[in-house]
Design a protein around this ligand. Structure first.
Ligand code: FE
Ligand code: MN
Length: 331
């Protein structure tokens, strides 16, 4: 029974499991559980309120990222629930999608918590996607890419339907979660390395850990659909995807330029732009496509952050407690 277009799949019968990887992603997601309130915002609040805590350019960088992510997280949650879930009928894959949807709710909660604790004007932050062109362009680009799956008349039947679905999954998992989130991750983690807005930085780190699983699950889903539908992936689709990746990189570089127009403490839009190219090459490789940029990673500490964050959670932070709770100790 394939992962899409299986008319005989009973979505309520999860055992026996056909795709063990989907189950593994679910378990990995649960093991990463966290909530925003576990992260102290005390130092962030002090820095944000004090006149000398942050420079105007640093404030702009924080605001731009709150502005993009606050609405982007809802957009991704809605895509999962309203579009992807309907077409993926396999029960263990759906189980992961439910977990992912919950994680997007946690991310949305992180931005509610940040706005509340910093005392930001919600209308200002939550309207940035309309007011700031570099943010609006990213959102419009993604919404345009997922329009066909959101259409109630859309079906994944036939090779053309499978192709449109694959393109939209790439738009959602690879371009949105895999490219459009990463300049923001790099900016907020860079600030944190300078001991600025460390509470928001820690939340971004948890979000990045979740998103790297979403991206990996998405790529697994995409390659499963490709393998099960020979002929759907053709040169034309691959060329289209390559073009979309290039457009996404341009959008993300403009966004970085706009969020960080003058550069701060050894960081500038050029470096963020190079990082976006490096990330885009990794995504292309993951899709089995040739690299496009060949740009070196200007932020080696970013891959370190992705690798180390898990260890850190096992040994240091309170997220650890969930691991204990899961083991159901009775003593
Ligand atoms: Fe998210
Ligand atoms: Mn996500």
């Amino acid at each position: 029974m394939p992962i899409i277009n299986a008319s005989q799949t009973d979505p309520n019968k999860i055992l026996p499991i056909r795709y063990p990887w989907a189950r593994e992603y679910y378990r990995a997601g649960v093991a990463n559980n966290w909530t925003p309130e576990e992260v102290s915002m005390q130092r962030d609040v002090e820095q944000w309120r004090s006149a000398s805590g942050l420079s105007p350019d640093e404030r702009r960088l924080v605001l731009w990222n709150l502005g993009f992510f606050s609405t982007a997280e809802s957009l991704t949650a809605n895509n999962i629930v309203l579009a992807v879930y309907r077409h993926i009928t396999n029960p263990e894959a759906r189980q992961y999608l439910l977990r992912q949807a919950y994680e997007e709710a946690i991310h949305t909660d992180a931005f509610i918590y940040s706005c509340d604790t910093l005392g930001l004007d919600p209308d200002e932050v939550y309207n940035m996607y309309l007011r700031i062109p570099s943010i609006r362009d990213k959102d419009d680009f993604v919404v345009g890419l997922t329009r066909s799956v959101l259409d109630p008349g859309f079906s994944t039947e036939g090779l053309e339907g499978v192709r449109r679905f694959l393109r939209d999954l790439i738009g959602y998992y690879v371009l949105m979660e895999g490219i459009f989130f990463y300049a923001g991750f790099a900016m907020m983690l860079a600030l944190r390395r300078q001991n600025k807005m460390v509470g928001i930085g820690e939340q971004f780190e948890y979000i990045m850990r979740d998103e790297s699983l979403h991206l990996a699950f998405g790529c697994e889903l995409i390659s499963t659909i490709r393998a099960e539908n020979p002929g759907a992936w053709n040169d034309q689709l691959e060329a289209e995807v390559a073009g979309l990746v290039e457009q996404a990189v341009v959008h993300e570089q403009r966004y970085a330029e706009d969020a960080c127009p003058r550069g701060l403490l050894g960081l500038n839009a050029g470096l963020f732009g190079a990082y976006v190219e490096y990330v885009a090459d990794r995504r292309l490789e993951r899709l089995g496509m040739p690299k496009r940029y060949g740009t070196a990673n200007p932020f080696p500490w970013m891959s370190q952050a992705t690798d180390l964050v898990k260890e850190k959670n096992f040994f240091e932070t309170r997220v650890n407690e969930y691991q204990g709770a899961l083991a159901l100790r009775w003593d």
